[in-house]
Design a binder for this molecule. Structure first.
Ligand code: F6P
Length: 319
């Protein structure tokens, strides 16, 4: 291979810039040319790309977001749209593509690979919900952000003897909520992986109050229920003031923590190693502290992430 493309796709995540930098610098070191594609698969379809040099990624390692831009582009499911994307890549003489993103982005990379264009996927999402890797780029930064927010909520919740509900992102994965709840010392944890009963939660909160708890924090993953409605219900049933806080997109921003920068840099460089070894259609992961790669089709179709039930059980002992 001589020329590669790189794009970021789906929800942005802190460390995506560090990953692009890793890809670009490692590729240039190996004598490859690199094209940066703007706004993910949308920009690929619209043929918006530019040649990158080592200075294109200067001062990027510490910057949140993605300087290439990202987009959600469901139209990429259409094979005619993908055919145009492949045509654009070939027009520029690009032989392989590095895709940095989450599940949806991997699906696009899988399809392009199946249609004859080799892609390497790097896991970039705060959700930590990608198969074939223990951690995704951006997760540790988001975790710090959520824990800091919980600490702040704890101050005010304690001053007012209130119950605070904090809604955490993660799409349909409770990993970020669970880790943040343990680190933030949350009293109650509600996750999409575990069936939710608001009455059971209320009973647990009441039991806590009976034991003398003056305030409590409930961490809950988005999409499980309407948290404002839940707050009203808890207040009505426990006679304790209850407030819900939706952290929202705050969780996606900010300068990446050191671990995310290191992970992104290593994975970026590794993607180039794989391409030079002739691999295509792979996704990169870190498992048991080692960089690994899997067949991207197999990862999407067959690999399931294991839920940390033992973490939840531990957390419950600490309530
Ligand atoms: O995948 C990252 C993520 O932030 C999820 O946690 C969340 O459900 C989703 O993206 C929000 O997407 P959008 O920014 O498109 O509203």
């Amino acid at each position: 291979i001589k020329k590669i493309g790189v794009l970021t796709s789906g929800g942005d995540a802190p460390g995506m810039n560090a990953a692009i930098r890793g890809v670009v610098r490692a590729a240039l070191t190996e004598g490859l040319e690199v094209f940066g594609i703007h706004d993910g698969y949308l920009g690929l379809y619209e043929d918006r790309m530019e040649k990158l040099d080592r200075y294109s990624v200067s001062d990027m390692i510490n910057r949140g977001g993605t300087f290439l831009g990202s987009a959600r582009f469901p139209e990429f499911r259409d094979e005619n749209v993908r055919a145009k994307a492949i045509e654009n890549l070939k027009k520029h003489g690009i032989d392989a593509l590095v895709v940095i993103g989450g599940d949806g982005s991997y699906m696009g990379a899988k399809r392009l690979t199946e249609e004859g264009f080799p892609c390497i996927g790097l896991p970039g999402t705060i959700d930590n919900d990608v198969a074939g890797t223990d951690y995704t780029i951006g997760y540790f930064t988001a975790l710090e952000t959520v824990v800091e927010a919980i600490d702040r909520l704890r101050d005010t919740s304690s001053s007012h003897q209130r119950i605070s509900i904090v809604e955490v992102m993660g799409r349909y994965c409770g990993e970020l909520t669970l880790s943040a709840a343990i680190a933030g010392g949350c009293e109650f944890i509600v996750l999409p992986e575990i069936e939710f009963s608001r009455d059971d939660l209320v009973e647990e909160i009441k039991a806590g109050i009976a034991k003398g708890k003056k305030h409590a924090i409930v961490a809950i993953t988005e999409h499980v229920c309407d948290v404002d409605e839940l707050a009203r219900y808890i207040e009505q049933e426990t006679c304790r003031e209850t407030r819900a806080t939706v952290l929202g997109h705050i969780q996606r921003g900010g300068s990446p923590v050191a671990y995310d920068r290191i992970l992104a840099s290593r994975m970026g460089a590794y993607s180039i190693e794989l391409l030079l070894q002739g691999y295509g259609g792979r996704c990169v992961g870190i498992q048991n502290e080692k960089l690994v790669h899997h067949d991207i089709i197999d990862a999407i179709e067959n690999m399931k992430r294991t839920f940390h039930l033992d973490w939840l059980e531990t957390a419950k002992k600490l309530y």
